[in-house]
Ligand binder design. Structure first.
Ligand SMILES: C[S@@+](CC[C@H](N)C(=O)[O-])C[C@H]1O[C@@H](n2cnc3c(N)ncnc32)[C@H](O)[C@@H]1O
Length: 467
């Protein structure tokens, strides 16, 4: 195949920087896009200089990326404007002659990062490119060729240098997919919960999971279904489950401060309809993850989930501390099962074992794992012989805590009875409460109080809800 490698500038948003490399690597691999790095990519600067051999590859990558702000075909890159012009003047005419034709409109725009340029500054800088022999008309709104001159002043807008660290000039190829973050904003979403995942992170998770049209995707701790929205947006058929039946039936306490009562039609399904994704919605079911709940031969393309940390929602499973507990027949129809603590390490052990069993080969599990930063070690993470850890990005939450977005890929079918590794990083939930000087007993009393309150509310408000 005849391939022409060209230089591109990939300019990133300065947000969730630690997720950048994992996201791009995941998209390059799912779309089979070859790339050459001309500079070692780092998180320290918001751009990469790379080579692709097809413009379509750049467009495809940008069309799915939340990290990318935009991509330019690079015509020049230098430490100063003078060097940049020298660089551009050495380009062979064949490089840009298609864009200079009389039938093509064009525009040159100027952007600076971390330093404000006045309109007059920008015009002066644009005029320095007048040696480019454009034959077509200028069109500022919808040009055939959109060129961008970019000055990079670092990432600290409080203390930018006098002169830019470097400058770029190139042809606009594509913006990233960041407008989706606003489209799916939680502020305008019909149904949200206390722990709804924001759209940017949900979409990043779906990219880590390499969701493709037609995939079958599960979130076993689905809550308000934010991760299902993201997966469905990329074409996945989505299904979720959660132990909290009030949540799944849209009957839990409203999460918006001013809202007293949930609207009649608040539900995960209503969210799907809001975004025109109803044809991707399979269903949600009330279920305790600690129990087996899918047929043995059920296979998913990916599992994307945010398990409970036990801070803003209880980490619990169906169970009771009493021995030989039985329920009288007459109480069964209205019985709400008692719950006990679902141990943090057991939950992750179950999640990996479940994924090893129910994912297709090369299917991915993408999940959050909260840690106290001082306790973190790669070796302490949950593990399973059939699941390879392929990405691990940190989102810092506070001075002491963070959560890791872990991406595992299933590499082989598990052998029956195979044990998986238990994470040895300190139990986040226990440590969280310990550091807040709450004794175990106080915490249990508090949680039992919350559970009892939930139970009473459930009985009172939801007599007509069938569990
Ligand atoms: C962090 S929240 C998930 C939030 C969700 N990603 C969203 O966007 O709304 C964790 C969820 O796990 C559920 N959960 C807790 N224990 C569970 C269990 N044993 N089985 C299934 N779900 C459970 C909680 O009810 C809660 O909805």
């Amino acid at each position: 195949m005849n391939s022409t490698w060209k230089r591109y500038l990939v300019y990133f948003a300065q947000e969730h920087v630690n997720f950048r490399f994992a996201e791009i690597e995941s998209l390059l691999s799912v779309f089979h896009i070859p790339v050459r790095f001309l500079e070692k990519p780092t998180d320290l600067q918001p751009y990469w200089i790379v080579e692709f051999n097809k413009e379509e590859d750049v467009k495809l990558l940008a069309s799915r990326s939340l990290s990318i702000r935009y991509c330019l075909e690079l015509w020049g890159h230098a430490k100063s404007m003078e060097d940049l012009h020298r660089d551009i003047k050495t380009l062979p005419t064949a490089f840009f002659e298609d864009h200079l034709q009389p039938n093509r409109t064009f525009k040159i725009a100027v952007q600076s990062f971390c330093k404000h340029l006045t309109q007059a500054d920008k015009v002066t800088k644009i005029q320095t490119f007048s040696y480019l022999p454009f034959k077509g008309q200028v069109n500022l709104n919808n040009p055939d060729t959109h060129l961008l001159y970019l000055e990079y002043y670092g990432t600290d807008s409080n203390d930018p240098p006098e002169e830019p660290y470097c400058v770029f000039f190139g042809r606009w190829i594509s913006a990233g997919f960041r407008q989706l973050i606003r489209e799916l904003s939680l502020k305008t979403r019909k149904f949200i919960g206390n722990t709804s995942m924001d759209p940017q992170l949900s979409l990043l998770m779906a990219n880590q999971a390499q969701v493709k049209p037609g995939d079958f995707v599960l979130d076993p701790f689905v809550g308000s279904g934010s991760l299902l929205v993201a997966a469905a947006y990329f074409g996945g058929y989505v299904i979720g489950s959660d132990i909290d039946y009030l949540m799944l039936h849209g009957k839990s306490r409203p999460s918006r401060i001013k809202q007293k009562k949930r609207d009649e039609n608040e539900s995960i399904k209503a969210n799907m309809e809001q975004y025109g994704l109803q044809d991707k919605y399979v269903d949600v079911l009330v279920n305790d993850f600690s129990t087996q709940f899918f047929r043995d031969d059920t296979r998913f393309d990916s599992i994307i989930t945010d398990p409970p940390y036990g801070i803003r929602e209880a980490t619990e499973k169906v169970g009771i501390h009493k021995d030989n507990y039985t329920i009288e027949e007459r109480h069964l129809p209205t019985h709400i099962p008692a719950k006990v603590e679902y141990q943090f390490s057991k939950l992750y052990q179950d999640l990996l074992a479940f994924s090893a069993k129910h994912l297709k080969i090369r299917g991915r599990l993408v999940c959050w794992f909260p840690v106290f930063r001082e306790d973190y070690s790669d070796e302490g993470l949950p593990s399973h012989l059939s699941m390879k850890l392929v990405a691990n990005s940190e989102q810092v939450l506070s001075k002491y805590t963070s959560r890791r977005l872990l991406t595992f890929e299933k590499i082989e079918e598990p052998i029956d009875g195979q044990c998986n590794g238990i994470n040895t990083i300190a139990d986040f939930r226990n440590k969280y409460y310990r550091t807040r000087n709450e004794t175990r007993r106080e915490r249990r009393t508090k949680e039992a109080g919350i559970r009892e309150q939930n139970r009473l509310e459930a009985l009172q408000r939801n007599k007509n809800v069938v569990n």
